[in-house]
Design a protein around this ligand. Sequence first.
Ligand code: ASP
Length: 313
Amino acid sequence: MQSKAPIVVVLGTGGTIAGIAATPTDHVDYKAAQLGVAYLVAALAATAGVVVETEQVAQFDSKDMDFATWRRLAQRLEHYASRPEVVGIVVTHGTDTLEETAYFLARVVAVAKPVVLTGAMRPATSSEADGPRNLADAIAVATQGEAGVVVAFAGWVHAARDVRKIHPYRLDAFASGDAGPLARIEKGRMRALRGWPTQDTVGIGALPADASAWPRVEIVTSTAGANGRIVKVLADAGVQGIVVAATGNGTVHAALELALVEAMQRGIAVLRSTRCLEGGIVGDAADATPSAGDLTPVQARIELMLRLLPPGA
Ligand code: ASP
């Protein structure tokens, strides 16, 4: 007989949540992406009345995330979301680029179901492993949340638009900055704190199948003593877009700004974000380069890539 219980699909991509160390007290010297996602799900004590299916989409440290995997992940999300019996989808992911994948998916895939990314700061073998709690919470959010891409981590739910990794080691390593989290997860129940965001999407069809054909966009940082040489090198190397991580409220060192304006004159798209940890650029009076508003530099890079996609890929 077929199960009538709702189905949540968990897609595995690796990360610390699937990592192992030599001893339970080793929280730092471990190997990420060693355990399969089916194993991580089987190790959960309970999955709150849902049937969980799994698929291993990738298996690596998320510092090595690549465009081909992003596209495949987007395709698998779309596939599972189209099955009526699937209520939500969870993605287990390394924490290093989790915010980039969350933003990318939110801007690309239109799914009418919750998509919940999660991970862990301690390997699965750790005596303080946070992966099982985060995964169980993510499954709960996949059944209780609204449509759209969010991150469930350390008892909080963050919108893809706002989430940032803010700490390299602490268990509570993600935050939503000024916007604040979307919800709390308390003993498997989600308590909403503000409205669920909606997001425009470009659609998977916009992404070239050949990942090497994706627009090349790089990030440069405005710093004390900056100069424009790096911009010239990038322009000569054929980049199509440059994001500048500007200081404060979007200010850029004069020498770097001059080089960016010259790059724009050569047809390179430029977007200016702020390197401040919270908040976005306010106002745009008399700015030499276009503002990315409240997007972080890594979000602005994704945004510029999507804008520069070849038509009809
Ligand atoms: N380097 C790991 C990764 O991003 C870190 C983690 O998952 O916490 O895959």
